[in-house]
Structures are given as C-alpha cells and as structure tokens.
Design a protein. Structure first.
Length: 381
C-alpha cells in the first residue's frame, strides 16, 4: 500500500469508528463540483463504511443555473445575429426550452467557447464595431475574474463588451437548502475554491444558526476522506466548526483583493436557482455604475420562468434528495452524448460523474443505499 493509500485508509478507519459510535446512517453533502468529480474519480464512494454516504449539493455552476437563464442565453444568441456570445465550454450543450447553445450555433448564432472572461474582452478589443457578450456563470470563484474583465473593458474604453451575469453566492444557497426543511444530511463538506475567496470564517453564521457541522476540504481523495472523518467525529462529539482542513489554500478571511473586486463591480441580487427557486440576495448583479457592461440593460433582457426538462431530476440530485440512478432517464434517455439535464452535461455534474465512474458496478452499493435515503425523505415530508 502506498503512503497515500495508507493515509486514506486511516481516515476511512476514523470515519468508520465514529460512524459505529453514532450508530445510525450518516450522510454528508459536498457543495463543490470539483469535490463531486474527485470523490467519484478516486472511487471514494465505494470505500465508505456501511451506512455512510456522500451526497452532492448545489455546487456545480452549470447545474444550478436556472432553465430561464439558459433560455435567455440561447435566445440572445439566436435573436441578435451581429453579436458574439462567449461562454465556458460546459454551457454550450445544456438544453434550454428551445435547444442548446450548440444547436443555436448550428442555426447561425455566433457562439464561442472561451477559457476566461479576458478572452472575451480581447475579442471585443479586436473588433470594436462588433458586440461581444460574455455569459458569466459560477460562484465567488469565477466572479472576481468577471469583475476584472469589466474593469479591463472600461480601462480600454470598450463599448462593445457586456456581461450576462448569472453568478451565484454559496452562503445564501446553503441557507436556502437548510431552510427547505428537507435536509437529509448531517454536515457540509465545504467548497475549497469558494472558500479561498470568502475565507473559512464566512461559514460561522451557518454553523451558529443551523448548528450543522461544517468542514472546509481540499480536493485530494485523502483530504476528502479526512474531512468526512472529521465531520463524523464532530457529529459524534457534538462539535460544529466550521473547521478549515485546507489551510494551505484557505485563510480565515479569504482573499481581500478578490472580495474588493466583487464589491466594486457587483451587488447582491435576488436570483433564481435550479431546484432552489428564487433565493434572496443569492446572486450578483452588475452595479449601476457599470451599466454599460451589463448585457441585461444593454439588450433589455429579462429571464422568464422555464420548467426543467420533462422527467429530469437534476433539481433533486443537486439538493441531495436523490442520486442519479433514481432518475428514470439516467443512462437510457440521458447520457453524456445526449444529455437532457445539466447534471449530465457539466464536467462537474453529478450525473456525468456517476455515469463515467459508476457504471462499472463500483457504485452499486451507493445506489442501493438510496432506498435508505428515500425512507429518510419520506419521514421528513
Ligand atoms: Fe437530469 Fe439526466 Fe441527471 Fe436525469 S440523468 S437527473 S435527466 S441530468
């Protein structure tokens, strides 16, 4: 056994020991798409002790983007032909009510995949007569880069660059989830990337109000196993945290420069999430002072309500109410090459990760555990 595997084994033994002492099923929720993929890729799910599960939460940026926001993007691409729509790669295949950005591109829309918001700024600077819209999604992790892009566009005097902002904030999402009354988990594995920006101390209000154990974790299998063991020990001992097990990247108060950038360019706004609905002050809107760079204002855009694809249970998957295999479309009507919901499209989506790593049978145990989850949910409802 390698030293790393040995370390992982030790954490899993700690987890098993705490779970035995608690003597009831345990579930923890990770709220970061990178944790979702890391846990699946390393096979961690299949190594968890009997009765312990790791659920996915609303941490995948593409998956939490509402159907209405996706429709808005697709309509913009289709309706405004003298415009280039720049987006991160995962967004292009997400289905809206009337196709996807990919199908819009086949129908003549100028949709381009970029790796950063600055790529879109450069595109706008290269041809100032042509409008460029950057579709900005993501949490506090990607929002500072969008803010920096707006400031760069302003510094260059660009009048042809705008942002269609669908940025989300993690703390209101956690609150909304906990307020939903359908909480079937015992602690949060907090997102490492977002925590780099907002800092570990930012979770204190969550712990104080909901008395739920919270641990900030890194992305290695060893780190995730350590965080899960710690969460189980906290449940056993009545501790809540928040604890920071990722101090090499996450400081108590985060990244003040990134936070200042966010505050300068954006202001909190009520936004709509997939599964969570409209959550007060849970998103970021471009401040009035930067209205020139706000695509919603420049093009008079407003998202309308749009239902989720028929039969798709992405909303339940990203709130821990079910696992992908509980969706009747999983693996038959919905696959990575023909995805129906965003959780199967995004590289950080739970359904995509389950499909990629779970079909070998390693996750059969996890799938069968979902009957326990159903019982727990029925008891709650
Ligand atoms: Fe949605 Fe497909 Fe996942 Fe079902 S399998 S919840 S349709 S993404």
């Amino acid at each position: 056994m390698t030293p790393r595997a040995l370390q992982c084994r030790r954490h899993l033994d700690r987890l098993a020991s705490a779970a035995r002492a608690i003597a009831r099923p345990l579930a923890f929720m990770e709220v970061c798409g990178t944790h979702t993929v890391a846990a699946f890729r390393s096979g961690l799910h299949s190594l968890l002790p009997e009765g312990v599960r790791l659920l996915s939460g609303p941490g995948c940026p593409v998956c939490v983007t509402s159907q209405g926001d996706i429709d808005l993007l697709i309509d913009l691409g289709l309706d405004c032909r003298n415009l280039t729509l720049c987006t991160y790669g995962d967004m292009i295949r997400v289905m809206g009510t009337r196709g996807s950005l990919s199908s819009a591109r086949s129908n003549g829309a100028d949709v381009r995949i970029v790796y950063s918001a600055m790529d879109a700024v450069r595109l706008a600077a290269a041809d100032r007569k042509h409008q460029v819209v950057f579709a900005a999604v993501g949490f506090e992790t990607t929002a500072p880069a969008t803010a920096a892009a707006i400031l760069a566009a302003e510094a260059q005097g660009l009048t042809n660059f705008t942002v269609l902002a669908s940025h989300k904030l993690i703390l209101p999402a956690l609150r909304a989830l906990l307020d939903s009354g359908q909480v079937n988990f015992d602690g949060f594995l907090l997102p490492g990337h977002v925590s780099v920006i907002i800092g570990a101390q930012a979770y204190h209000p969550i712990v104080e109000r909901y008395a739920i154990p919270c641990v900030v974790a890194g992305f290695e299998d060893v780190q995730i196993a350590d965080a899960m063991a710690r969460l189980a020990e906290m449940v056993r001992d009545g501790d809540k945290g928040p604890e920071n097990l990722y101090p090499e990247a996450v400081t108590p108060f985060g990244n003040p420069i990134a936070m200042a950038l966010l505050d300068k360019v954006f202001e909190p706004a009520d936004v709509t999430w997939r599964a969570l609905g409209t959550v007060p002050q849970s998103g970021l809107e471009v401040r009035k002072r930067f209205a020139l760079f706000d695509a919603k204002i420049r093009f008079g855009l407003r998202a309308a309500f749009a239902p989720e694809p028929r039969g798709c249970r992405c909303g339940d998957v990203i709130t821990g109410r079910c696992t992908p295999v509980d969706c009747p479309l999983f693996g038959s009507g919905c696959t990575p090459t023909q995805a129906i919901g965003p959780c199967m499209v995004s590289s950080e989506g739970t359904c995509a990760a389950w499909f990629k790593y779970g079909r070998s049978g390693r996750l059969r145990k996890v799938a069968s555990d979902s009957s326990h989850q159903k019982q727990k949910m029925e008891a709650l409802s």
